[in-house]
Design a protein around this ligand. Structure first.
Ligand SMILES: Cc1cc2nc3c(=O)[nH]c(=O)nc-3n(C[C@H](O)[C@H](O)[C@H](O)COP(=O)(O)OP(=O)(O)OC[C@H]3O[C@@H](n4cnc5c(N)ncnc54)[C@H](O)[C@@H]3O)c2cc1C
Length: 421
């Protein structure tokens, strides 16, 4: 049994970041990760907003040493490839890094976790947290199970749940709320030999708009490309989204089929569904949630890792303050909860808008007037509604989308007429 200031459940980007930040503040941290890294994880496209956070964390030199592909823009494309719109991050309304990375998450997560260990965190892999108890007066106790089946107790002053979609605390405490409007599935794999764009556009993420949802095409370093389809679960009508499903949908989407014409699938076809949820509370007496454990909306704007990192930075500051004042009650963390909710809400509105056809049509024909295009670019870079200027412009974009629904002022996407009904 050990006693530390903080126990962290989960060694993904959110868990390793909060642990590192606390260790950098001289706090003792014990992190338990149930898998052995490197392990596969989806979520390969990062956002420019994360770059200053990587810098502060101390991992930027390792990220820029050539192992990950730089990403300078996001592009939106129609399924037939006829209309494309590129959003270079350098053109954003808010100044910041002009690029991010496309990453193999096995390698990326391992790098962050190794950095946590180098920073002084006690990292234990293949160790699953089974149970926890958080008591304001007594402290925190967890029970873990090691790879050989042994169970152990560990105690701490504070508990951070960074267990990703397992959302251990919200699930056990009955705090998890599914997002009914976003019951989506994803089916995806990796390919070798896919067609790439040239020069600075090589690392662009392509978001391909189709009637049944959208595709991602994410080029990774070397010759590997991640390709996936996301759509409403109800459109499956009992069909299993496996290998044959993916093959048929690729063949039916000219732009994706063309990019993959000479490609070979080099990984299993994976599926995942129903991932949009949030926890009713982001913190309680002696505990707090970071990353997907707290909320996850939808991957369309590649916000998952960025939201997890910024939550981790914020959480580390709050926990450090609580350890200094010895005040661990939920009331100490309501500011953290409010900030997390606001960030998640900005992107939830945008994601829900995205699933209306008019939104996609505006993204394909953005206006430069009133700095609207620049504001959308900053949102795509991960800046959220950080300034009044951003909030006003994003609200205006939503308004334009509603107006466009009634009276089209840019061309409709081919075949989308039924979606506007
Ligand atoms: C289809 C899809 C596509 C996506 N695409 C993107 C993208 O392009 N860009 C992006 O930024 N995000 C994307 N995301 C989201 C991204 O994957 C997540 O937001 C991100 O991984 C969250 O990081 P995390 O650290 O909170 O959780 P995770 O990365 O999931 O890490 C949680 C860790 O906790 C461990 N764990 C769980 N339970 C326990 C336990 N009881 N004990 C010990 N350890 C435990 C797990 O093994 C895991 O390693 C996508 C998500 C989906 C579903």
């Amino acid at each position: 049994m050990t006693h530390t200031d903080v126990i962290v459940i989960g060694g993904g980007p959110a868990g390793s970041t909060v642990a590192t930040r606390l260790a950098q503040r001289q706090r003792s941290v014990h992190l338990f990760e149930k898998e052995r890294f490197p392990r596969f994880h989806i979520g390969e496209s990062l956002l420019p907003c994360s770059i200053p956070l990587f810098d502060e964390l101390g991992v930027l030199p390792a990220l820029t040493d050539g192992r990950f592909l730089p990403k300078y823009a996001a592009e939106f494309v129609t399924g037939d490839g006829a209309k494309r719109q590129r959003y270079p991050f350098a053109d954003g309304l808010i100044a910041g890094s002009p690029s991010a990375f496309e990453v193999d998450r096995g390698e990326f997560d391992e790098l962050l976790l190794a950095h946590a260990a180098e920073s002084g965190v006690t990292v234990e892999q293949e160790t699953q947290v089974l149970r926890f108890d958080c008591d304001l007066a007594r402290g925190v106790e967890v029970v873990v199970r090691r790879a050989d089946g042994r169970e152990e107790r560990h105690t701490a002053e504070f508990l951070v749940d960074a267990s990703g979609q397992s959302a251990l605390l919200p699930s056990r405490l009955g705090l998890r709320e599914m997002e009914a409007d976003l019951r989506n599935f994803a089916v995806f794999s990796h390919f070798e030999g896919a067609e790439r764009q040239m020069g600075l556009a090589e690392g662009d993420i392509s978001v391909v708009l189709v009637d049944e949802g959208w595709w991602w095409i994410i080029p990774l370093r070397g010759d590997r490309t991640s390709v996936g389809l996301v759509g409403p679960a109800k459109t499956l009508r009992g069909e299993k989204p496996g290998e044959e499903f993916l093959r048929a949908r690729i063949a039916a989407t000219p732009y994706v089929a063309q990019r993959l014409a000479k490609a070979t699938r080099i990984a299993p076809v994976r599926t995942i569904s129903d991932w949009s949820y949030r926890s009713r509370e982001m913190a309680g007496d002696r505990w707090l949630l970071v990353g997907d454990a707290g909320a996850f909306i939808d991957p369309v704007f590649s916000t998952g890792v960025q939201l997890g990192l910024s939550a981790a930075f914020d959480a580390a500051r709050c926990i450090d303050g609580a350890l200094a004042s010895r005040r661990f009650g939920r009331a100490e963390f309501v500011g953290y909860e409010r900030r997390m909710r606001r960030l998640v809400a900005t992107y939830t509105d945008f994601v829900k808008g995205f699933y209306t056809p008019e939104f996609g049509e505006l993204l394909l024909h953005p206006t430069d007037k009133l700095g609207l295009r620049a504001a959308i670019t900053s949102l795509l870079a991960g800046h959220g509604n950080r300034t009044l200027g951003m909030s006003v412009r994003v609200a205006l974009f939503h308004l334009l989308a509603r107006m466009h629904r009634r009276v089209p002022f840019v061309s409709r996407r081919p075949g989308s007429a039924s979606l506007h009904a």
